[in-house]
Write a protein that binds this ligand. Structure first.
Ligand code: ATP
Length: 234
C-alpha cells in the first residue's frame, strides 16, 4: 500500500534519513522503533510531505507521491496524528473533531464516523462540550486520534501515542489502535515503547541513526537478543 525506497532527508547539513526503505501492507500494523533522534518522526513527516527528500521514491497505492502537495496526501487518505497531542486547546472536543473533517462533504458518513470515535472513546463523548486544553494528557491523545479518524484515513500515521501517558491509559489506547486496525484502517505506528508496539504490530522496522538497522515480523523481533537488550530491557 505504501512504500518508501532509499529516502534521504536533510535538515540543512544534518543528514537525518540515510536511505530509508520500508513497506506497509494494506490492512497491517507496522511499527517503526528506535531511540531518540533516530529519525522516526522525520520518516512520518516525509510520508506526509511536510519534508521533501533529496533522494528516493515514495509510492502510495502505486501512485508516486513526491511531486504532490501535503494537502494531496490527506486527500489520498494518509492522515498523520502528530506527536505531542496537538489538539486545539481553546476549542471544545466536538469542535476539534469537526476540524478533522474539513476535507469531507459526506455529512451522513461524517456523523457515522463521529459516533464511531465516541464508541472507541466514550470519555470524549462525555466531555464533548469541554475545552480540549482542560482534558488530561491521555484524553488529549484520544482526541488527537479521534480527530484523525474522522478524516476517514486509509492509513493512519501515529506518532508516539504513548508519550507522557499513564500506563493504564496506554494499554487502553493500544487496544483501541488494534480495534481500529481490525475494522480496516492500516496503521504505521512510531513508538519508543517497543514492548507494546511489538505486541500489536505485524511487522517492525528499527531505525538507528537515520537508517533501518533491523526489520522483521514483530513476533520474531521480540525474540531477537539484540532487540531485547537494546529496547526491551534485557
Ligand atoms: P524522537 O523520538 O526524539 O522524536 P525521532 O526518532 O523521531 O526522535 P527525529 O525527530 O526524526 O527523531 O530526528 C532525527 C534527526 O534529525 C535528529 O538528529 C534530530 O536532531 C534531527 N532533526 C529533527 N528535526 C530537525 C530540525 N527541524 N532541524 C535540524 N535537525 C533536526
Amino acid at each position: 500500500m505504501l512504500r518508501l525506497n532509499n529516502i534521504h532527508v536533510y535538515y540543512n547539513h544534518v543528514h537525518a534519513l540515510k536511505g530509508v526503505s520500508l513497506e506497509v501492507k494494506k490492512g497491517s500494523i507496522v511499527s517503526l522503533l528506535g531511540a531518540n533522534g533516530a529519525g522516526k518522526s522525520t520518516t512520518l513527516k516525509t510520508i506526509s510531505l511536510l519534508l521533501k527528500p533529496k533522494e528516493g521514491s515514495y509510492l502510495f497505492e502505486e501512485t508516486p507521491m513526491l511531486k504532490m502537495k501535503a494537502s494531496d496526501v490527506v486527500k489520498a487518505g494518509i492522515i498523520h496524528c502528530p506527536e505531542g497531542r496537538r489538539v486545539f486547546p481553546l476549542l471544545t472536543v466536538m469542535e476539534n473533531l469537526k476540524a478533522g473533517t474539513y476535507i469531507r462533504k459526506d455529512k451522513k458518513q461524517i456523523n457515522h464516523d463521529m459516533e464511531r470515535v465516541f464508541n472507541y472513546f466514550p470519555r470524549l463523548k462525555e466531555r464533548r462540550n469541554q475545552k480540549a486544553g482542560t482534558l488530561s494528557g491521555g484524553e488529549q491523545q484520544m482526541l488527537a486520534i479521534g480527530r484523525s479518524l474522522v478524516g476517514n484515513p486509509k492509513i493512519l500515521l501515529l506518532d508516539e501515542p504513548s508519550l507522557g501517558i499513564a500506563p493504564i491509559l496506554v494499554k487502553e489506547i493500544f487496544e483501541i489502535i488494534k480495534e481500529i486496525n481490525s475494522e480496516g484502517t492500516t496503521i504505521l505506528l512510531v513508538e519508543q515503547n517497543a514492548n507494546m508496539a511489538l505486541d500489536i504490530s505485524d511487522y517492525s522496522y528499527v531505525l538507528e541513526n537515520g537508517h533501518i538497522a533491523l526489520e522483521g515480523r514483530s513476533e520474531e523481533l521480540k525474540e531477537n537478543p539484540e532487540i531485547r537488550r537494546l529496547y526491551l530491557g534485557g
